[in-house]
Design a protein around this ligand. Structure first.
Ligand code: SUG
Length: 421
């Protein structure tokens, strides 16, 4: 049976606050502060446990090999002698934000009935531009059966593609044909627009999507200027529900009309700006929630603690639950370390609609497997990283060793040794 499966990126042992993403307000505000990689990874594991407790199927994607020595070699340098900024870019644990791993179209939407993947090129930010190679390898292993899955190459430069963070799917239920919404940014504002329309259109063609069920919508420049560097900071979809901020899309009325025409059954739950401003949405990450339908059928919004603790956002959530809308439950998760780099609950996961039996079981988890992952993290992940250990005049080479051996220990436990290293 095709089900929606969330694949969470495990927070890597090099998680740090280097301030590498202009336009991502949390990341730039926290630049230079001490990070807690072990705690960060355990927060992510706790989020997965909470998903399992709701009855959801849960998958994982692995931390990438950091520092990325191959990338540094392609720039004719190595970690010890690279300039500080390149060192930080090579060391970033940013692959944890699996919503940026790829765009995924389930077989119900594609011409050949297979689930299609296009790894995101992430080329707007140098530290993310070298993720695609390993992402593609992991996806090819996890979803290896060509009868069910098709894999495409990342979109070539210069067309930026940030994957599922700018892609939403609406369907009466996950297993039925749906409409796919690609949200792109227009450049010209203070912050980079990371998703190009050309890239979105190319992904849609590669996936064999039906043009009548594929929409391309411009993100509001105000949202980008307010710090919504990805659409998933201001909107999220699940089944027939689009949960969206009033100022998420450039031409709101026309966009809603187009969506309603393609999917007359859609329920748009809009949060008005006079209840929750764009600034509130960005600081609380209300929309960077996981909107899910667990087996009990109660549609659930999984928000970060920052949203639940925000007075105006909390008030709005309370009003929503008291009303008669389709979202009937709100759960809270603590992923503060990821949030401090601008990555909320939704950033940490990639959604795939597929039959779990067709997926490599090494990428699926139950409570016992999460216990063994947590044990590796507790034993091997560094407790803290001070950015100076990476960008200081003499880089901490012992940290490099710790980061490499921590990942190797995880691969061993997951029986992926020799496959991903
Ligand atoms: O690309 N942060 C990530 C956060 C990604 C969030 N993903 C989604 N919205 N889906 C980014 O800006 C910060 C890393 C640093 O600055 O060291 C970072 O890359």
């Amino acid at each position: 049976m095709p089900t929606e499966i969330n694949f969470d990126g495990i927070v890597g042992p090099s998680h740090n606050f280097a301030g590498l993403s202009p336009g991502n307000l949390a990341a730039t505000q926290n630049a230079g502060t001490t990070s807690w990689p072990r705690h960060a990874a355990l927060e992510g594991i706790a989020k997965m446990r909470a998903n399992l407790a709701l009855g959801l199927t849960q998958g994982i994607l692995l931390p990438h090999d950091r520092p990325n020595r191959r990338w540094l070699a392609s720039l004719s340098t190595d970690y010890a002698s690279a300039p500080p900024l390149l060192r930080a870019q090579a060391m970033s644990a940013s692959a944890m934000w699996a919503a940026n791993a790829a765009t995924v179209s389930p077989g119900t939407d594609t011409a050949d009935g297979r689930c299609h993947f296009t790894p995101a090129n992430l080329l707007t930010m140098p530290h993310r531009s070298h993720e695609a190679h390993e992402t593609a390898r992991q996806l090819a292993i996890a979803f290896a059966d060509p009868a069910h899955f098709a894999h495409h190459a990342p979109i070539p430069a210069p067309f930026g593609d940030e994957g599922a963070a700018n892609h939403m799917r609406l369907a009466r239920s996950h297993g039925e044909p749906g409409i796919e919404l690609f949200v792109y940014g227009k450049s010209g504002g203070a912050f980079p627009a990371r998703q190009s329309r050309v890239a979105s259109a190319a992904v849609a063609r590669a996936h064999g999507l039906d043009p009548a069920r594929t929409l391309f919508l411009a993100q509001s420049p105000d949202a980008i200027a307010a710090g919504a560097f990805h659409n998933d900071v201001v909107a999220v979809a699940n089944e027939q529900v689009l949960f969206v901020h009033e100022h998420a899309l450039a031409d709101r009325d026309a966009a809603y009309a187009e969506i309603r025409q393609a999917a007359p059954w859609v329920e748009i739950v809009e949060v008005p700006a006079d209840a929750v401003s764009l600034a509130d949405a960005v600081s609380s990450y209300l929309f960077n929630a996981q909107l899910v339908t667990p087996p009990d059928g109660v549609m659930t919004l999984i928000v970060p603690v920052e949203a639940a603790g925000h007075p105006r956002v909390a008030a709005w959530l309370e009003t929503m639950l008291a009303g008669n809308g389709p979202i009937r439950r709100v759960e809270t998760v603590d992923v503060r370390q990821s949030m401090a780099n601008g990555g909320g609950p939704a950033c940490l996961r990639l959604r795939v609609v597929a039959d779990p039996k067709t997926i490599d079981p090494r990428f699926l988890v139950d409570a016992a497997k999460l216990d063994s992952i947590a044990a590796v993290v507790s034993e091997h992940w560094p407790e803290t990283i001070v950015p100076d250990q990476i960008v200081g005049t003499s880089p901490d080479l012992a940290l490099v060793q710790t980061v490499s051996s921590a990942r190797a220990a995880l691969l061993r436990v997951l029986a992926l040794e020799g496959v991903l290293d």
